[in-house]
Design a protein around this ligand. Structure first.
Ligand code: ADP
Ligand code: X2W
Length: 287
């Protein structure tokens, strides 16, 4: 009896693999930028699962590029140091002391945790920040926000060099400035959008803590056009942290990214479900 059940499971697994063939073919050679938000990160087991998905994508010929956040981890460290943060329109007001903590946490602790998790799964990950090779050159976003950066020049060749060599780049959203010795704190979604746009990526996956973009009734919209997104922002259905996220999506599409998906990073194998099954996951935003 047990043996029969097990056989049924194996048959289902084999069928899933077989049904993935057209998707595996479609995404071979594709560049997929994955924004891994701090809220989507979870415990070590969830991190290992995310890492395994990235290694699997790489194994089947996709070029994954990971851009991460880490807002909750920055909050923890600021709290330990007794530094308070204020938020304006979803962005952290960042003074000199705060930007030092942001760089330490994002380019250090969070970046290396992801790098190590991918390497532990048999992948080859290399962690960099937007400062490396002048990847992300910024200007101040708004004087009110202090050292919050708006990317003004992207030099993405280093990313191409890494993925061409079989390496998964893992990028912390910390930027350099147009003047010497400047450091900018960049919102993770903004950084991922700028990187995906500059690479003209096939997909930008924004992993967050909700199943997707919801309508007024609270139902997840599986496909949206840019115009529908604008209408939902206009009528207030898209609010809070979903505003910068969807604006990033529109901006990336404008720059030539083929499709942006907002999906729940806490769901098991979210990225694989999105790329390799007919069901997809989350909300796909296209031109
Ligand atoms: N229409 C909407 N559909 C889905 N989520 C929405 C919507 N409007 C506002 N939100 C909020 O946006 C949040 C996601 O943004 P945010 O918290 O900044 O994510 P992250 O930390 O992953 O970058 C959701 O948790 C939800 O509370
Ligand atoms: C300017 C700004 O707000 N930067 C963010 C950078 C990290 C981030 O974006 O993290 P999540 O993706 O986990 O939210 C911050 O300081 O928290």
């Amino acid at each position: 009896m047990r043996k029969q059940n097990m056989n049924r499971d194996w048959i289902a697994t084999a069928r899933t693999l077989s049904e993935a063939l057209p998707y595996l073919q479609r995404f071979t050679g594709a560049v997929v930028v994955v924004k891994f938000g701090g809220n989507a990160m979870g415990d070590d087991e969830a991190m290992a699962e995310f890492a395994r998905d990235m290694v699997l994508m790489r194994q089947v010929g996709v070029n994954p590029v990971v851009v991460h956040g880490g807002g909750p981890m920055i909050n923890d460290m600021l709290k330990k140091l007794g530094i308070e943060s204020e938020w304006v329109r979803g962005k952290r007001v960042t003074d000199k002391a705060t930007v030092e903590v942001v760089e330490m946490v994002l380019a250090g602790l969070v970046n290396k945790r992801i790098v190590q998790a991918i390497n532990d799964q048999g992948g080859r990950a290399v962690g960099i920040s937007g400062k490396d090779d002048d990847l992300m050159v910024c200007e101040a976003d708004d004087p009110e926000l202090g050292f919050v950066g708006k990317p003004v020049e992207m030099n993405v060749q280093v990313i191409r060099d890494l993925y061409t060599a079989g390496i998964i780049p893992v990028i912390a959203p910390v930027g350099t400035g147009t003047n010497d010795n400047e450091t900018f704190n960049v919102n993770g979604d903004t950084a991922a959008g700028a990187i995906a746009g500059a690479l003209k990526a096939d997909r930008l996956l924004l992993l967050t803590d909700v199943p997707g973009v919801k309508n007024k009734e609270g139902e997840v919209l599986t496909e949206l056009t840019s115009q529908q997104v604008r209408d939902l922002i206009e009528d207030g259905t898209i609010a809070g942290g979903m505003i910068p996220k969807t604006e990033t999506a529109l901006d990336a599409i404008e720059k030539g990214v083929r499709g942006v998906v907002i999906l729940d990073g806490r769901a098991p194998n979210a990225t694989l479900l999105e790329l390799y099954t007919e069901h997809g996951a989350g909300s796909l935003i296209r031109r």
